[in-house]
Design a protein around this ligand. Structure first.
Ligand SMILES: Cc1cc2nc3c(=O)[nH]c(=O)nc-3n(C[C@H](O)[C@H](O)[C@H](O)COP(=O)(O)OP(=O)(O)OC[C@H]3O[C@@H](n4cnc5c(N)ncnc54)[C@H](O)[C@@H]3O)c2cc1C
Length: 311
Protein backbone atom coordinates (compact mmCIF):
# COMPACT_ATOMS: atom_id res chain seq x y z
CA UNK A 1 0.00 0.00 0.00
CA UNK A 2 1.34 3.43 -0.97
CA UNK A 3 2.05 5.82 1.89
CA UNK A 4 1.66 8.85 -0.37
CA UNK A 5 -1.31 10.99 0.65
CA UNK A 6 -3.55 12.08 -2.24
CA UNK A 7 -5.22 15.47 -2.42
CA UNK A 8 -6.95 17.65 -5.00
CA UNK A 9 -7.37 21.37 -5.42
CA UNK A 10 -8.63 23.76 -8.11
CA UNK A 11 -5.51 25.95 -7.92
CA UNK A 12 -2.14 24.81 -6.59
CA UNK A 13 0.17 27.74 -5.73
CA UNK A 14 3.85 26.89 -5.30
CA UNK A 15 5.62 29.56 -3.25
CA UNK A 16 4.24 31.67 -0.40
CA UNK A 17 6.04 34.99 -0.95
CA UNK A 18 4.27 38.18 -1.98
CA UNK A 19 3.38 36.71 -5.38
CA UNK A 20 2.02 33.39 -4.18
CA UNK A 21 0.03 34.89 -1.32
CA UNK A 22 -1.61 37.46 -3.62
CA UNK A 23 -2.45 34.92 -6.32
CA UNK A 24 -3.85 32.48 -3.76
CA UNK A 25 -5.93 35.18 -2.05
CA UNK A 26 -7.26 36.45 -5.40
CA UNK A 27 -8.35 32.96 -6.47
CA UNK A 28 -9.83 31.98 -3.10
CA UNK A 29 -11.83 35.23 -2.98
CA UNK A 30 -13.58 34.06 -6.17
CA UNK A 31 -14.54 30.79 -4.54
CA UNK A 32 -11.85 28.54 -5.98
CA UNK A 33 -10.30 25.80 -3.87
CA UNK A 34 -6.68 26.86 -3.33
CA UNK A 35 -3.72 25.08 -1.79
CA UNK A 36 -0.48 27.06 -1.34
CA UNK A 37 2.74 25.27 -0.42
CA UNK A 38 6.02 26.79 0.72
CA UNK A 39 9.19 25.08 1.82
CA UNK A 40 9.95 27.75 4.44
CA UNK A 41 8.65 27.73 8.02
CA UNK A 42 6.70 30.97 7.52
CA UNK A 43 4.80 32.83 4.81
CA UNK A 44 6.34 35.87 3.11
CA UNK A 45 9.27 34.54 1.07
CA UNK A 46 12.09 37.08 1.29
CA UNK A 47 9.97 39.83 2.87
CA UNK A 48 10.67 38.96 6.55
CA UNK A 49 14.43 39.36 6.06
CA UNK A 50 14.09 42.78 4.35
CA UNK A 51 13.87 44.84 7.56
CA UNK A 52 14.49 48.14 5.78
CA UNK A 53 11.71 50.49 4.67
CA UNK A 54 10.76 50.95 1.03
CA UNK A 55 7.85 48.54 0.64
CA UNK A 56 4.28 49.43 -0.21
CA UNK A 57 4.72 53.01 -1.40
CA UNK A 58 2.71 52.20 -4.54
CA UNK A 59 0.19 49.66 -3.27
CA UNK A 60 -0.55 50.90 0.24
CA UNK A 61 0.67 54.51 -0.07
CA UNK A 62 2.87 53.86 2.99
CA UNK A 63 6.60 53.40 3.45
CA UNK A 64 6.67 49.99 5.15
CA UNK A 65 9.41 47.55 6.16
CA UNK A 66 9.41 44.10 4.54
CA UNK A 67 7.96 42.43 7.68
CA UNK A 68 5.19 45.08 7.94
CA UNK A 69 4.29 44.62 4.28
CA UNK A 70 4.35 40.87 4.84
CA UNK A 71 1.94 41.14 7.76
CA UNK A 72 -0.61 42.97 5.61
CA UNK A 73 -0.32 40.35 2.88
CA UNK A 74 -0.63 37.47 5.37
CA UNK A 75 -3.80 39.08 6.76
CA UNK A 76 -5.41 39.24 3.31
CA UNK A 77 -4.28 35.72 2.52
CA UNK A 78 -5.61 34.33 5.81
CA UNK A 79 -8.97 36.08 5.37
CA UNK A 80 -9.38 34.58 1.87
CA UNK A 81 -9.80 31.05 3.19
CA UNK A 82 -7.02 29.56 1.03
CA UNK A 83 -5.39 26.46 2.52
CA UNK A 84 -1.64 26.22 2.94
CA UNK A 85 1.16 23.92 3.97
CA UNK A 86 4.48 25.21 5.32
CA UNK A 87 7.76 23.27 5.39
CA UNK A 88 6.27 21.75 2.26
CA UNK A 89 8.45 21.61 -0.81
CA UNK A 90 7.07 20.88 -4.28
CA UNK A 91 9.58 18.33 -5.52
CA UNK A 92 8.06 17.45 -8.87
CA UNK A 93 5.54 18.98 -11.22
CA UNK A 94 4.13 16.56 -13.77
CA UNK A 95 2.39 16.93 -17.12
CA UNK A 96 -0.67 15.00 -15.82
CA UNK A 97 -1.34 18.00 -13.51
CA UNK A 98 -0.09 16.42 -10.35
CA UNK A 99 2.64 17.60 -8.01
CA UNK A 100 4.69 15.66 -5.51
CA UNK A 101 5.01 17.62 -2.30
CA UNK A 102 7.36 16.71 0.57
CA UNK A 103 5.95 17.84 3.94
CA UNK A 104 7.07 16.93 7.48
CA UNK A 105 4.21 14.43 7.83
CA UNK A 106 5.12 12.70 4.55
CA UNK A 107 4.61 12.92 0.80
CA UNK A 108 1.52 14.31 -0.89
CA UNK A 109 0.48 13.76 -4.47
CA UNK A 110 -1.72 16.70 -5.26
CA UNK A 111 -3.80 16.89 -8.44
CA UNK A 112 -4.96 20.31 -9.60
CA UNK A 113 -6.69 22.15 -12.43
CA UNK A 114 -4.29 25.07 -12.66
CA UNK A 115 -0.94 25.78 -11.08
CA UNK A 116 0.63 29.12 -10.15
CA UNK A 117 4.41 29.04 -9.99
CA UNK A 118 5.54 31.72 -7.53
CA UNK A 119 8.93 30.29 -6.61
CA UNK A 120 10.82 33.61 -6.71
CA UNK A 121 14.33 33.89 -8.07
CA UNK A 122 17.80 32.68 -7.25
CA UNK A 123 21.01 34.64 -6.89
CA UNK A 124 23.99 34.23 -9.19
CA UNK A 125 26.91 33.11 -7.05
CA UNK A 126 30.66 33.73 -7.16
CA UNK A 127 31.48 30.48 -8.81
CA UNK A 128 29.43 31.41 -11.88
CA UNK A 129 32.41 33.76 -12.61
CA UNK A 130 35.93 32.76 -13.58
CA UNK A 131 37.46 33.11 -10.14
CA UNK A 132 40.63 31.37 -9.07
CA UNK A 133 42.08 30.72 -5.63
CA UNK A 134 40.96 28.80 -2.58
CA UNK A 135 37.40 27.93 -1.53
CA UNK A 136 37.39 29.62 1.86
CA UNK A 137 34.65 30.31 4.39
CA UNK A 138 33.23 33.82 4.39
CA UNK A 139 31.71 34.03 0.91
CA UNK A 140 27.97 34.60 0.76
CA UNK A 141 25.38 35.83 -1.68
CA UNK A 142 23.67 39.05 -0.62
CA UNK A 143 20.42 37.22 0.15
CA UNK A 144 22.20 34.69 2.35
CA UNK A 145 24.05 37.47 4.16
CA UNK A 146 20.83 39.41 4.66
CA UNK A 147 19.03 36.37 6.08
CA UNK A 148 21.94 35.55 8.43
CA UNK A 149 22.27 39.15 9.65
CA UNK A 150 18.61 40.12 9.95
CA UNK A 151 16.92 36.87 10.95
CA UNK A 152 19.69 34.72 12.45
CA UNK A 153 21.78 37.58 13.94
CA UNK A 154 24.98 35.75 13.00
CA UNK A 155 28.36 37.43 12.99
CA UNK A 156 29.11 37.19 9.28
CA UNK A 157 32.41 39.11 9.40
CA UNK A 158 33.98 42.49 10.12
CA UNK A 159 35.58 43.75 6.92
CA UNK A 160 33.61 43.12 3.80
CA UNK A 161 33.98 43.45 0.03
CA UNK A 162 30.78 43.51 -1.99
CA UNK A 163 30.81 42.44 -5.61
CA UNK A 164 28.02 44.12 -7.59
CA UNK A 165 26.10 47.33 -7.00
CA UNK A 166 22.44 46.50 -7.67
CA UNK A 167 19.68 47.22 -5.17
CA UNK A 168 20.39 44.18 -3.03
CA UNK A 169 24.12 44.99 -2.87
CA UNK A 170 23.38 48.59 -1.90
CA UNK A 171 20.87 47.62 0.78
CA UNK A 172 23.18 45.05 2.34
CA UNK A 173 26.07 47.58 2.25
CA UNK A 174 24.03 50.03 4.31
CA UNK A 175 23.02 47.29 6.73
CA UNK A 176 26.65 46.27 7.25
CA UNK A 177 27.64 49.85 8.12
CA UNK A 178 24.63 50.27 10.44
CA UNK A 179 25.65 47.09 12.30
CA UNK A 180 29.20 48.39 12.84
CA UNK A 181 31.05 46.59 10.07
CA UNK A 182 33.41 48.05 7.47
CA UNK A 183 32.63 47.88 3.77
CA UNK A 184 36.18 47.92 2.37
CA UNK A 185 34.96 48.23 -1.22
CA UNK A 186 32.02 47.70 -3.50
CA UNK A 187 33.30 46.51 -6.87
CA UNK A 188 31.14 47.29 -9.90
CA UNK A 189 32.01 46.12 -13.39
CA UNK A 190 30.10 48.98 -15.08
CA UNK A 191 30.85 52.69 -14.84
CA UNK A 192 27.70 53.46 -12.89
CA UNK A 193 25.66 52.08 -10.03
CA UNK A 194 22.90 49.57 -10.71
CA UNK A 195 19.51 49.56 -9.02
CA UNK A 196 17.01 52.26 -8.19
CA UNK A 197 18.00 55.94 -7.88
CA UNK A 198 16.52 56.22 -4.40
CA UNK A 199 18.99 53.62 -3.11
CA UNK A 200 22.00 55.53 -4.52
CA UNK A 201 21.27 58.35 -2.11
CA UNK A 202 19.79 56.38 0.82
CA UNK A 203 22.40 53.59 0.84
CA UNK A 204 25.60 54.60 -0.99
CA UNK A 205 25.95 58.38 -0.53
CA UNK A 206 24.50 58.64 2.97
CA UNK A 207 26.66 55.74 4.26
CA UNK A 208 29.82 56.66 2.33
CA UNK A 209 30.21 53.28 0.66
CA UNK A 210 33.47 53.23 -1.37
CA UNK A 211 32.41 52.11 -4.85
CA UNK A 212 35.17 51.12 -7.29
CA UNK A 213 33.73 51.31 -10.81
CA UNK A 214 35.03 49.27 -13.75
CA UNK A 215 36.46 46.61 -11.45
CA UNK A 216 35.85 42.99 -10.60
CA UNK A 217 37.15 40.25 -8.31
CA UNK A 218 39.43 37.73 -10.03
CA UNK A 219 40.90 35.80 -7.13
CA UNK A 220 40.05 34.89 -3.55
CA UNK A 221 42.73 34.33 -0.91
CA UNK A 222 42.93 32.52 2.42
CA UNK A 223 41.99 29.17 3.93
CA UNK A 224 39.99 28.11 5.88
CA UNK A 225 38.73 31.74 6.18
CA UNK A 226 38.87 34.39 3.48
CA UNK A 227 41.70 36.90 4.02
CA UNK A 228 41.44 39.01 0.89
CA UNK A 229 40.43 39.31 -2.75
CA UNK A 230 42.27 40.42 -5.86
CA UNK A 231 40.52 43.29 -7.58
CA UNK A 232 41.14 43.84 -11.28
CA UNK A 233 40.77 47.40 -12.59
CA UNK A 234 39.35 46.84 -16.05
CA UNK A 235 40.54 50.07 -17.68
CA UNK A 236 44.18 49.84 -16.61
CA UNK A 237 44.61 46.08 -16.16
CA UNK A 238 46.12 46.81 -12.73
CA UNK A 239 45.43 44.39 -9.89
CA UNK A 240 45.30 45.09 -6.18
CA UNK A 241 44.69 42.87 -3.18
CA UNK A 242 42.08 44.14 -0.74
CA UNK A 243 42.12 42.54 2.68
CA UNK A 244 38.74 41.36 3.95
CA UNK A 245 37.26 38.47 5.91
CA UNK A 246 34.00 38.37 3.99
CA UNK A 247 32.97 38.63 0.35
CA UNK A 248 29.33 39.24 -0.53
CA UNK A 249 28.17 38.73 -4.08
CA UNK A 250 25.29 40.80 -5.38
CA UNK A 251 25.51 39.95 -9.04
CA UNK A 252 21.90 39.70 -10.00
CA UNK A 253 18.89 37.47 -9.81
CA UNK A 254 17.52 34.83 -12.15
CA UNK A 255 13.86 33.70 -12.13
CA UNK A 256 13.66 30.23 -10.61
CA UNK A 257 11.41 28.02 -12.72
CA UNK A 258 13.60 24.95 -12.33
CA UNK A 259 10.80 22.72 -11.04
CA UNK A 260 8.81 23.27 -14.25
CA UNK A 261 11.52 23.54 -16.90
CA UNK A 262 11.19 19.91 -18.01
CA UNK A 263 7.52 20.56 -18.87
CA UNK A 264 8.39 23.03 -21.63
CA UNK A 265 7.44 22.12 -25.20
CA UNK A 266 8.94 24.24 -27.97
CA UNK A 267 10.11 26.62 -25.28
CA UNK A 268 6.60 27.15 -23.86
CA UNK A 269 5.19 26.08 -20.52
CA UNK A 270 1.84 24.22 -20.61
CA UNK A 271 -1.27 26.43 -20.62
CA UNK A 272 -2.26 25.34 -17.12
CA UNK A 273 0.96 26.74 -15.59
CA UNK A 274 1.07 30.45 -14.71
CA UNK A 275 4.23 32.26 -13.63
CA UNK A 276 3.90 35.00 -11.06
CA UNK A 277 6.20 37.46 -9.27
CA UNK A 278 9.96 37.03 -9.53
CA UNK A 279 9.53 33.54 -10.97
CA UNK A 280 8.11 35.30 -14.04
CA UNK A 281 10.61 38.18 -14.20
CA UNK A 282 12.65 39.99 -11.59
CA UNK A 283 10.64 42.88 -10.16
CA UNK A 284 12.29 45.94 -8.62
CA UNK A 285 9.48 46.54 -6.17
CA UNK A 286 7.01 44.31 -4.45
CA UNK A 287 3.91 46.45 -5.11
CA UNK A 288 3.69 45.39 -8.77
CA UNK A 289 4.08 41.75 -7.70
CA UNK A 290 1.09 42.03 -5.39
CA UNK A 291 -1.04 43.69 -8.05
CA UNK A 292 -0.13 41.11 -10.70
CA UNK A 293 -0.67 38.24 -8.27
CA UNK A 294 -4.12 39.45 -7.25
CA UNK A 295 -5.12 39.96 -10.88
CA UNK A 296 -3.90 36.51 -11.94
CA UNK A 297 -5.50 34.80 -8.95
CA UNK A 298 -8.78 36.58 -9.51
CA UNK A 299 -8.88 35.57 -13.20
CA UNK A 300 -8.11 31.95 -12.39
CA UNK A 301 -10.64 32.01 -9.57
CA UNK A 302 -13.35 33.30 -11.89
CA UNK A 303 -12.77 30.45 -14.34
CA UNK A 304 -12.20 27.67 -11.87
CA UNK A 305 -13.96 28.92 -8.78
CA UNK A 306 -17.09 27.44 -7.33
CA UNK A 307 -18.98 30.75 -7.55
CA UNK A 308 -19.22 30.33 -11.29
CA UNK A 309 -18.68 26.57 -11.39
CA UNK A 310 -17.05 26.97 -14.84
CA UNK A 311 -14.67 24.11 -15.60
C1 LIG B 1 17.46 42.51 -0.55
C2 LIG B 1 16.16 42.89 -1.20
C3 LIG B 1 15.67 44.16 -1.02
C4 LIG B 1 14.46 44.52 -1.58
N1 LIG B 1 14.02 45.78 -1.34
C5 LIG B 1 12.82 46.15 -1.81
C6 LIG B 1 12.27 47.43 -1.47
O1 LIG B 1 12.89 48.24 -0.77
N2 LIG B 1 11.03 47.72 -1.94
C7 LIG B 1 10.32 46.85 -2.69
O2 LIG B 1 9.18 47.15 -3.06
N3 LIG B 1 10.82 45.65 -3.05
C8 LIG B 1 12.05 45.27 -2.62
N4 LIG B 1 12.55 44.05 -2.94
C9 LIG B 1 11.82 43.21 -3.93
C10 LIG B 1 10.65 42.39 -3.37
O3 LIG B 1 10.76 42.23 -1.98
C11 LIG B 1 10.64 41.03 -4.01
O4 LIG B 1 10.72 41.20 -5.40
C12 LIG B 1 9.38 40.21 -3.66
O5 LIG B 1 9.17 40.14 -2.28
C13 LIG B 1 9.52 38.81 -4.27
O6 LIG B 1 8.33 38.09 -4.10
P1 LIG B 1 8.12 36.65 -4.77
O7 LIG B 1 6.89 36.10 -4.14
O8 LIG B 1 8.16 36.73 -6.25
O9 LIG B 1 9.40 35.78 -4.37
P2 LIG B 1 9.94 35.28 -2.95
O10 LIG B 1 9.69 36.25 -1.89
O11 LIG B 1 11.35 34.87 -3.20
O12 LIG B 1 9.06 33.98 -2.64
C14 LIG B 1 9.27 32.74 -3.29
C15 LIG B 1 8.86 31.65 -2.31
O13 LIG B 1 8.83 30.41 -3.02
C16 LIG B 1 9.27 29.39 -2.15
N5 LIG B 1 9.68 28.24 -2.97
C17 LIG B 1 10.61 28.23 -3.97
N6 LIG B 1 10.67 27.00 -4.53
C18 LIG B 1 9.77 26.22 -3.86
C19 LIG B 1 9.36 24.86 -3.99
N7 LIG B 1 9.87 24.02 -4.92
N8 LIG B 1 8.40 24.40 -3.15
C20 LIG B 1 7.85 25.20 -2.20
N9 LIG B 1 8.20 26.50 -2.05
C21 LIG B 1 9.14 27.00 -2.87
C22 LIG B 1 10.40 30.05 -1.36
O14 LIG B 1 10.61 29.39 -0.15
C23 LIG B 1 9.83 31.46 -1.15
O15 LIG B 1 9.14 31.57 0.07
C24 LIG B 1 13.74 43.63 -2.39
C25 LIG B 1 14.24 42.33 -2.60
C26 LIG B 1 15.43 41.98 -2.00
C27 LIG B 1 15.94 40.58 -2.23
Amino acid sequence: MSSIRKCHTDILVIGGGAAGMAAAAGAAAEGAGVLLVDERPQLGGILPQCIHKGFGRGFYGQDLTGPDYCEKEVQRFSASGASYLLYARAEELRSDRTALIAAPEGLYECSFRQCVLATGCREKNLYSLEISGTRPEGIFTAGEAQEMLNLGHYDIGKRIVILGSGDIGQIIARRLVITGRTVAAMAEIKDQLGGMKRNHKECIEDYHIPVIFRSTVTKVHGYPRLTGVTLLHLDTGMEEVISCDTLITAMGLVPDTSIADSLKEDGEFPGWLHLCGNADHVHEIVDSITMEGLRLGSLLGQFYGRKNAAR
